[in-house]
Design a protein around this ligand. Structure first.
Ligand code: M7G
Length: 289
């Protein structure tokens, strides 16, 4: 990652969200695209008592009666920015992070078969290489919190790339060992043991590791996911604006289990809405005449 930051040559800003203070920047390294993301982190608890004394270079300071405001630089003792890099970045990565209008698509089973499934099948296998690196213990092995190698009901739980490490923003991901479940659309009753295993293990794991009860957790599955290898998102309820918890993207694991218990082929027959950016190939495929 150090090398990527070192060699990164700025090209343009893909998106900049002033609310979350997250900026995705496109650049090049040796002629190939790279994306670097910077997100201002929350203050560390240990820094808070010293924020006032560590403030220097106060600019634009104003006051009126008992009120004062301005901008300044605070020399923090701890790191203050979350940084992520993707190199080499594909066209799909660029389209994912580029600012764009999002649309709601109501996908019928027929649209899935005619448009979405061929799109999924056209994705290069390298796109989910990071998943296999985790499952095979080649990457992030020291971060794995739980592993069961069972070929049908096994999975790995580890901190999600999006987790900043604080308990309020807890974000982990449970990744299935099996590779034959592409998404929600693939699920039926035969997958209930896996789904229940993930749910029950996640509750116990988070209780044992972080002392959090199950009613403080939100377990959900994305439709559409970015990566078509089955996984479940585990987030703290207190992370209410976690990326991707919105309607039109997140399906609660408990609801999914319940729907399948009611109807074996619920996810093959249901209309599934999803939100997608207008530059995403799937949006273009669904909307082109
Ligand atoms: P998704 O629903 O397929 O995509 O979830 P999206 O939420 O990114 O749209 C995949 C999840 O895996 C996301 O929460 C990612 O942050 C997370 N993730 C992605 N990558 C490439 C990695 C990785 O290399 N390591 C870990 N630990 N998490 C990742």
């Amino acid at each position: 990652m150090e090398k990527v930051l070192d060699q990164f040559q700025f090209e343009r800003v893909l998106s900049h969200d002033p609310r979350s203070k997250l900026v995705h920047i496109l650049g090049r390294i040796n002629g190939e695209h790279a994306i670097v993301s910077f997100e201002k982190a929350r203050y560390a608890d240990t820094d808070i008592p010293e924020l006032a004394s560590r403030t220097c270079q106060l600019v634009d300071s104003n006051h009126n009666n008992i009120y004062g405001w301005g901008m300044g630089t605070v020399k923090l003792a701890t790191a203050d920015t979350n940084i992520k890099t993707i190199y080499p970045a594909t066209e799909l990565h660029i389209r994912k992070y580029e600012h764009q209008q999002r649309h709601m698509i109501i996908e019928t089973p027929d649209m899935y078969k005619q448009i979405t499934l061929p799109y999924i099948q056209s994705l290069p296998a390298e796109r989910i290489q990071w998943v296999f690196n985790i499952l095979e213990g080649k990457s992030e092995a020291d971060r794995v919190l739980y592993r069961s190698n069972d070929r049908e009901t096994g999975f790995v739980v580890l901190p999600d790339m999006k987790w900043d490490g604080t308990q309020e923003s807890l974000y982990c991901v449970a990744i299935a060992m099996r590779s034959d479940i592409l998404s929600l659309r693939s699920l039926n009753r035969s997958h209930l043991p896996l789904l229940k295993n993930i749910r029950d293990t996640a509750y116990q794991l988070v209780k044992d590791k972080y002392g959090m009860d199950k009613d403080l957790l939100r377990l959900f599955i994305h439709y559409q996911p970015s990566y078509y290898h089955f996984h479940v998102h585990l987030t703290a309820m207190s992370f209410a604006d976690a990326p991707g918890v919105v309607a039109g993207q997140a399906h609660l694991l408990d609801t999914v289990i319940d729907n399948i218990e009611l109807y074996d082929d619920y996810y093959q027959r249901a209309k599934l809405p999803f939100t997608i950016g207008e530059r995403h190939p799937l949006y273009l495929a669904h909307t082109s005449p």
